[in-house]
Design a protein around this ligand. Sequence first.
Ligand code: 0RA
Length: 640
Amino acid sequence: MENNNDKYGQGAIDVLENLESVRLRPGMYIGNVTSTGLHHLVWEIVDNAIDEVLAGYGNNINVTLHKDGSVEVQDFGRGIPVGIHRKTGVPTVQTIFTVLHAGGKFGGDGSAYKVSGGLHGVGSTVTNALSKYLEVDINKNGKKYNIRFENGGSKITPLVERGETNETGTTVRFKPDPEIFETVEFDEAIILGRLKQTAYLNKGLIINFANLNNNNKVKFEFAGGIVDFVTEINSTKTKISEHVIYNEAYDEKSGVSIEVALQYTTSVNSNVMSYVNNIRTTEGGTHELGFFDAALRIFQKYANHSPKTRKIVTEKILREDVKEGATIVISIKHPNPLFEGQTKSKLGNSEVRKIVNETISNELEKFLFENPEEAMEIMQKMNVAAKSRLAAQKARESVRRKNNLESSTLPGKLADCSSKDPEVSELFIVEGDSAGGSAKMGRNRETQAILPLRGKVINSEKNRIEKILANNEITSIISAIGAGVGEAFNLEKLRYKKIIIMTDADVDGAHIRTLLLTFFYRYLPILIEEGNLYIAEPPLYKIHKGKEAYYAYNDIQKDEILEKYPGKNFIIQRYKGLGEMNYDQLWETTMDPEVRSLYRVDIDDVIMADNIITALMGEDTESRKKIIKENAKEVEILEG
Ligand code: 0RA
């Protein structure tokens, strides 16, 4: 293969401009340069491989974490084109990895549209620009090809042939650039969570994961796709009916394909997870609306269809009654999705509402008529939901008058910070009055606000919304945060970018923390997704000798300190509560941004989070015990 890299001409300058602009403003392309941004690089490459499978070429992909800190993604598709690209005069594969917006999906050389998530075709270039090295091996046309980029693509070892093969496919291996990222360490759990979710969303897709650092190997393959997904989410819940209702449809005219799976549980909460092109749409959108249009119409129709059902369903069923207790996964594939909303995670394409509504109604209706016993159980549950909704309506009205959650009055017990800039402002939600007092004295008044909790925090998993919003501790949290709750939530009104839960390091503290996390997970999940929610980590021990003092945040640290400074006359003080610390100790160990350690609450694995929260906070005491025993580590992570 001849080297067509126009080294000193216009082509080379354009390429460097492309790569350099990504390196100058990585945040514009991958959001940030923290661990989240780092993992974006992996999703970009994985998504391209998955697109090739979804286009019908190959059925498995391999993802490997190498010992040198690189990650490798292999597919068995057609292989990235290697011929000379008409516009750039260099091989298409080189164009794909060095030119932003190469046009079409891949420089007009292929017709496949991008189905899975990501940066609309610029992901390969972005990943290359932010990598120490990136290497591509292609099997195609009976030959093996290789091209290698170094230092953000600024050095190119041109495409060469490396012998013959009768296989086809692409392998991309890259190592992120430590000069760009705060951390270049891949997190196995984050990668596994994402791969698992992708495998659920694409039945038949096989993903093999291998981590050569710890020899962990995992294979994801879900023959049932989103039906298996719903089954796993509901595994710790009490099911109302045995079947997971499933529909799939394809709309020829628009090219939109739709899959829906749902199952009812006895929970008072609902769990609606919708996806467009494998990307989670947390803010919903037209696909969710279309689903609920259909579900509401069909359930109302079924409720009215016979004397028997009319006797059971005494109340008019509304949208929220259809939602209650349901676990619903809606996954659509759209050739031209429009994302809008506060976090760009809401589907905007208006035609989708009607398409989803019309294509899934028939199947849903068919299910109800073919499974009358299950249908009856579901209708009964919906009627109970409708009744409690009506009963709660009055209560809600009086609550609303008492606590106007959207009003600008701040709760009396809030010691607010003087800054009005959310970027620098922090809200500490503190358990107990004495700890609240120390926190108020120790804080930085400019940027740190303190909200002490006095009464009990209500369990958001077991109670309906009216009761939760009547709880004093909850209403003061919502008012202090300032962005409202539920449908009226407005991220732009958020008063603090960091909301920090600060509770004792004992069982009671863990309980309150879990209650707060459950509330945030159920009612303000955007704050978790946006990375605004944190858990403070107060020290467990103070070790002192004379004037010197060391703080240990866990037992390992305590032992390390004792080993490092051996000798007698050490006093080890175990903190039982935050209240035991002086205000200056609290500042020094837990609140001072220079030294403190904060745990950021993250819902990467929605399945795990939901299972654990249900098990910990829900009705089922058996699974609560089981989870605590088996999953001690995850519980610890969730609880900080
Ligand atoms: C455009 C056209 C063709 C294949 C691809 C792109 C392709 C891209 C990626 C990215 C990762 N793996 C991939 N596999 C294939 C087909 C061109 C042809 O048929 O020659």
